[in-house]
Design a protein around this ligand. Structure first.
Ligand code: ADP
Ligand code: MG
Length: 471
């Protein structure tokens, strides 16, 4: 038996005890890297993965290894970063067996999840299993799984967990998925999911009605407190104080606390130092816009949920053109679903193209080939890359300073947005602090000229494209 066969056999034996999600999160990129004498070494793609297997599955793994190779008596773990990019060679037992029959199309497109209206509700539709994991979200997803697997008695890892990233990148999905997973494992768990805004409204109301005690009791008897969009707490001192006290109590009693925000804790300016520092005590993980392949996988998952069957070219076209937020993807799918129902015609690249044009009138449509070639970065990624490369703050790239040290990298950013993202001058101007499209046009033209005449500029652009992973 070679190492791979042994590992597959171990996984086969464990299939009864671990869920498909656990497998996908913790096992699918793990390999046996060495079998020698009585010892086996398991290599994991990340430090976190290693720690998790070591603390949670050591016994189970060793026992199953022994069942296959009786001489084995010791199990070691190490980290091999290259495994993160390795293909999954999963035993069939973990393949998705549920092939859901397409549901009837809904009569109306889903109402968009509106944070204000539904901020208390834990939606069953958001699970950690139907969250499609890509490189951009792998760590955040693993952290959420780790948190949900933590039993009530154990010392909490990653406490608090802080998930941050831009709009529509899956933060709420992850938080709610974590809540659902905790409840699935322990139906008695008391979990409060709320948004920062609602948390504040509740405090204000309890002060007005003079029953702050009830408020405090409610929040201090939870097993896990999950607060979404905490950037909303900026500048709300009274609410911060209440949260600070709640945090301390929960933390002391070893309860899990999870936050999400559009920025990392350190960038939350209007939040008191003591609260901000606590927010960063545990693990902070970011989510970013997934690349083309992952977007395609998300689209397929969402179409399945909607019972919508789309031609391949339409799927690819949508995945190529959703570039800023996955809400755009939902929005388009809902529109497609409604149109299919009304017209009873299958959607085409052309009809979907029209929807995109309506949604983002200034953006040029992206080709599937361009997206596959890795062109589908976001303006944010371009700004970050340029800010790193030239060592200038991102705010200056978006700002209006006329200093040459800022103007030059700023104009390069515009050129890259134009070339790589196929953005129009209007769209670039809008994203760069509301500039006129003629300003952008001149800047882009200037850098295009320089690129031909000046080798330093050409080299910068080449290096930046490389940084951005553009092939
Ligand atoms: P955020 O809270 O970051 O603004 P949401 O969690 O509301 O974003 O995500 C927007 C939509 O995109 C939701 O419908 C969510 O289910 C979907 N979504 C985002 N990321 C993923 C993913 N990786 N897999 C599946 N669906 C996703
Ligand atoms: Mg959200």
């Amino acid at each position: 038996m070679d190492k791979k066969q042994v590992w597959d056999a171990v996984l086969q034996r464990m299939a009864e005890k671990i869920s498909r999600m656990e497998f996908h999160t913790w096992f699918k990129k793990v390999r046996i890297s060495k079998i020698s004498g009585e010892a086996v070494v398991l290599s994991c793609p990340t430090e976190m993965n290693k720690n998790w297997l070591e603390t949670k599955y050591h016994g189970m793994l060793l026992q199953n290894l022994k069942a296959i190779l009786p001489e084995i008596d010791k199990l070691f773990f190490d980290v091999d970063l290259s495994l993160a990019d390795s293909p999954t060679t999963s035993p069939e037992v973990f393949e998705d067996k549920k092939t859901k029959a397409p549901r009837k199309l809904p009569n109306r497109p889903d109402v968009k999840l509106n944070g204000d209206l539904e901020s208390r509700i834990i939606h069953h539709k958001f699970t950690l299993e139907n969250f499609v994991v890509g490189d951009e979200t792998r760590l955040a997803h693993s952290a959420c799984v780790a948190v949900s697997e933590c039993g009530t008695k154990e010392k909490k890892k990653y406490n608090p967990l802080f998930v941050y990233g831009g709009v529509g990148l899956g933060k709420t999905h992850l938080l709610q998925g974590t809540a659902n997973e905790i409840l699935r494992r322990n139906s008695n768990a008391v979990i409060v999911y709320t948004t920062a805004e609602r948390f504040m409204n509740e405090i204000v109301k309890s002060i007005r009605e003079r029953n702050t005690d009830r408020f405090r009791k409610k929040y201090r008897r939870v097993d896990a407190l999950i607060i979404d969009d905490v950037q909303f707490f900026e500048g709300k001192e009274k609410t911060q104080e209440e949260l600070f006290n709640t945090f301390n109590d929960l933390f002391e009693f070893n309860k899990h606390i999870i936050f999400a925000a559009d920025r990392p804790p350190a960038d939350l300016v209007g939040i008191s130092d003591r609260l901000r520092s606590r927010m960063g005590w545990g693990l902070s993980v970011d989510v970013q816009m997934p690349g083309y392949e992952t977007r395609l996988a998300i689209l397929q998952e969402k179409s399945k949920e909607l019972g919508l069957i789309l031609p391949n070219d339409v799927q690819e076209f949508i995945a190529a053109n959703v570039r800023k937020s996955l809400r755009e993807l939902e929005n388009i799918l809902n529109q497609v679903s409604a149109e299919v129902e009304l017209s009873q015609l299958s959607p085409t690249v052309q009809s979907v193209g029209k929807m995109f044009r309506k949604l983002n009138p200034h953006d040029e449509l992206q080709t599937v080939d361009g997206a596959k070639a890795g062109y589908a970065k976001t303006p944010d990624e371009i700004i970050t890359a340029i800010s790193d490369h030239f060592q200038v703050p991102a705010t200056e790239l978006l700002g209006n300073s006329r200093k040459q040290e800022f103007v030059y990298p700023r104009q390069i950013a515009w050129l890259l947005c134009k070339d790589l993202l196929r953005m129009s001058h209007e769209a670039i101007g809008k994203d760069f602090g509301g500039k006129n499209h003629t300003t952008i046009m001149h800047g882009v033209r200037k850098i295009s000229d320089l690129k031909r005449k000046d080798s330093a500029t050409a080299r910068h652009i080449h290096a930046l494209k490389k940084d951005l992973g553009v092939k």
